[in-house]
Design a protein. Structure first.
Length: 610
């Protein structure tokens, strides 16, 4: 490896990132997710007869731009067969747009694909629910009023706080509609009756029935009605008008409120629409609705990467970014406090305007930057101490860390007969979050594996290592992501690189390296729960693998040199490497090609070249 060339490339990439900073100290990259947000936003606009035809046409063009050459839609480029739910979402939205009819050539293949694969009844739960909200699918006959879920005491077998915070936020607005089988229709509502295949569609929301019928609820709770749900929604609306800073939950909220008596011109609906409008971004020449803009996350990661690369803390851009992070630290109690009542707020969220929904990953990412300023003034010291205490307090009893809440890994809910119940309805410890938290604690706070909380985290990672030596990453794609996070976390906490389980992970990484020196993993891994080769390399996953090998190794190897060389020569990919929900929601972070390769090269340079 040519040291001078590597130095110049690191310097160039740092300057490029610095040049992209906004005046408020942030970095704002597009969080490009699956087309579901675009489709649902277009349908919402038509359902409320929103008068902005230019915007509706732009969203229509966005959905068309995501159509594959075979006329279908996918949630990741190499998905085979195409994604039935995504195709239904796109097909329905394009009919709502009124720029297309069901017999148009652009939609014929999609229509036949939907019919051949069982029609609407075979869509995923979220898609069927949204269709029902629009009068395009029959609500089920549930055995109880599901709104009672939000009225049960903490001592009940299941209550709302046993469901993940993100599941709860999607769930609540729907519960305003399902019991009375409400729907929101308009003159734009299409006829999808030709996509009903087989028996009466009313029987095909049995996943909801499975959920509600398992609740052992006494009649004494029946007097609690929708007021509890409305109270939950009102208490979780962020200052920007959105429900927990997500576009999907906000769209659902608008449907729930409009069918519960709220007028379109009411303050809460107008604020919600205003918040949604601020979530649009430009993605490859199209207008895309982000589910949750990643500004705070990206800014934290970029600041940390620049500091690791040697940009001094007195650089004006670094100072401005750090000051922004201080403004984003939470001071309010959120739902996380239900299972963690003794902790003081101090975490960070994913998006600007997120004030009550902090998460573990954003908190450890922000603290990496705040730690550099700890000695500069009391504001940073106070911020760091509050953030660290909150982070430590959120450790699960099993030793790992989850995303948003503590100790919500309920076996009963995770094993409901609902597809992806473990991914959508509960918030368990994960290797990626546990590994990254341990790396922060070891690297910046000096905690090692003999310290009680770290020891529990380390043991959890050992218990959850796969047979082949890898770890599954929940919020990234997928085994490369989890393995990188676990290895770097274990090493930072003092585990020997020669540990046989670390070496097994190393051999697994080397065994899947591509011939060109890089790494690539398909989102298919998330579906099959085993590694699936992408058959091409991409920058983020190559950087994760290189970083993992760097912390394990005493000296550079040929494989690592080839990886560094590949990163030097490849700058961009359009493949999603972030994960939201298996088989349904993946993310292409436009920031990642600029963050992770730079950090991987910096760590390689600092250990082996400098």
């Amino acid at each position: 490896m040519d040291m001078r060339r590597l130095e110049k490339e690191i310097f160039r990439r740092c300057n490029e990132l610095l040049s992209l900073q906004k005046p408020d100290g942030t970095w704002r990259f597009c969080f490009e997710n699956s087309l579901i947000t675009d489709a649902y936003m277009l349908i919402l606009f038509r359902s409320i007869e929103h008068r902005n035809e230019k915007l509706i046409k732009q969203i229509t063009d966005r959905i068309l731009s995501q159509q594959s050459e075979d006329g279908l839609w996918r949630v990741y480029p190499d998905e085979e067969p195409a994604n039935l739910s995504a195709t239904i979402q796109a097909y329905t939205a394009l009919l709502y747009s009124q720029y297309f009819k069901s017999n148009d050539n652009k939609l014929q293949t999609a229509k036949q694909f939907i019919i051949q694969n069982g029609g609407l009844k075979e869509a995923d739960l979220l898609t069927k629910v949204f269709l029902a909200m629009n009068g395009l699918y029959e609500w089920p006959d549930v055995p109880i009023d599901p709104a009672i879920l939000f009225s049960l005491p903490m001592t009940a077998p299941i209550n709302q706080y046993d469901i993940s915070s993100y599941g709860r936020a999607h769930f609540a607005p729907v519960l305003l509609m399902v019991d009375e089988k409400k729907k929101l229709t308009s003159k734009y509502t299409p006829d999808l009756s030709d996509l009903y295949i087989g028996e009466n569609e009313g029987s095909h929301l049995e996943e909801w029935v499975n959920l509600f019928s398992l609740l052992n609820i006494r009649e004494s709770y029946l007097h609690f009605k929708k007021e509890k749900i409305l109270s939950y929604i009102q208490n979780h609306i962020e200052p920007d008008g959105t429900l927990l800073s997500y576009s999907m939950t906000t769209i659902f909220m608008i449907y729930g409120l409009l069918t519960s008596g709220y007028q379109r011109n009411s303050t809460v609906i107008q604020n919600a629409l205003s918040g949604l409008m601020k979530m649009f971004c430009e993605a490859d020449g199209t207008l895309h609705l982000q589910n949750s803009p990643s500004t705070t996350w990206d800014t934290s990661l970029i600041l940390y990467t620049l500091l690791e690369a040697g940009v001094p803390i007195n650089n004006p851009s670094i100072i401005k970014g750090a000051q922004f992070l201080l403004t984003q630290q939470h001071t309010k109690y959120g739902d996380w406090s239900v299972h963690n009542p003794n902790a003081v707020p101090g975490g960070w969220g994913f998006s600007i305007g997120n004030t009550i929904h902090p998460d573990i990953d954003d908190t450890q990412a922000a603290l990496r930057t705040i730690a550099h300023f700890y000695q500069t003034n009391s504001f940073y010291q106070t911020s760091y101490d509050r953030g660290l205490n909150w982070l430590l307090s959120m450790q699960n009893e099993d030793g790992g860390w989850a995303a948003f809440e503590k100790n919500t890994n309920r076996y009963l809910i995770g094993n409901l007969p609902i597809k992806h119940a473990k991914d959508a309805l509960i918030d368990p410890s994960t290797p990626d979050l546990t590994g990254r938290t341990l790396e922060f604690l070891g690297k910046f706070h000096g905690l090692k594996h003999n310290q009680p909380s770290v020891k529990k985290g380390v043991n959890w990672l050992w218990e959850n290592q796969e047979q082949d030596g890898s770890w599954y990453g929940r919020w990234g794609v997928c085994y490369l992501y989890g393995t990188w996070a676990a290895i770097t976390g274990l090493i930072a906490c003092g585990i020997s690189p020669q540990n046989k389980r670390i070496q097994k992970a190393k051999q697994w990484l080397l065994s899947i390296q591509n011939a060109n020196g890089g790494w690539g993993e398909s989102c298919e891994s998330d579906k099959k729960r085993s590694f699936v080769d992408l058959k091409e390399s991409n920058p983020s996953q190559t950087a994760w693998a290189l970083n993992a090998l760097t912390v394990i190794s005493d000296h550079p190897t040929t494989e690592m040199e080839r990886a560094a060389e590949w990163l030097m020569n490849h700058k961009k990919t359009d493949y999603p490497t972030g994960a939201g929900l298996p088989e349904a929601f993946y993310i292409r972070y436009h920031s990642y090609d600029k963050i992770w390769p730079l950090l991987g090269l910096v760590n390689y340079y600092k250990k082996f070249v400098r």
